[in-house]
Write a protein that binds this ligand. Sequence first.
Ligand code: CP
Length: 307
Amino acid sequence: MRSIINILDLSVEEIDELISVANDIIVHPGNYSERCRGKKLATLFFEPSTRTRLSFEAAMYELGGNVIGFSEAQSSSAAKGESVADTVRTISCYADIIAMRHPKEGAPLVASLNATVPVINAGDGGHFHPTQTLADLLTIQREKGSFENLTVGFCGDLKFGRTVHSLIGALSRYKGLKVILISPVELKLPSYVKSEILAPAGIEYVQTTNLEEVMPELDILYMTRVQRERFFNEEDYLRLKDSYILTPAKLKNAKEDLAIMHPLPRVNEISVEIDKDPRACYFKQVLNGKYIRMALILKLLQEAGTI
Ligand code: CP
């Protein structure tokens, strides 16, 4: 049974195909509106979410399917001590595909080993978030036309930012990538991402604390929120939370065709004045997330022989 836990579970060719299907859905939504008639998606969210859960649900409805699920652990039998393995064995009796978010790294992998239907990782702790990466890739493809020869600045909480870890993994497979890592020293990219992804792929990267200094080089600026829920103490969070706040003045030396991205939710790290800048792409990412999740649900249900 094929599940998607890490973006690297998908080959470059499969990602190209998903992007192509998502672009076709955007143009011809009516061709897809009955494709999942009678099928059910279960959204098992043990952690808060707005975009990921609701875009998965919107995606399944727009494919003609139905949705069941829960949006917090407390409203499921996890609150009584049920294991992830038993939960997904149970849900496999009711649904054709599962999207699961969990605060513990590896929980969706455990789910995939125990479910009898495909499991999609909708974010596991500070680890990975492959479907956000698919939304990011669709946005980059639509904005830039290619994944090659890009200089991408990742800014903010690179330690706990799972969307950053997944997107670096995905982009590392394309030619000419240059990565600029902009963060406070305490929130640097984990060494496992450097040793397991950047180094083997021979990706050039630099680390800095100064966003304005590197701004002129960037084709994409990927801003992130400081992840309060992953900090061990509130004092550290309060000290670091406003390390980077993107304002129009800070974009003075940016490229005319810079793409400003953010997985959202935003707290304070992008001033709302930037929203009207044509280079702001973060609400496009939100919409693209629904289309690419439609493409992914279709792919996994087709491979499982369910549709
Ligand atoms: N980008 C993202 O994962 O947003 P949510 O936490 O709202 O799902």
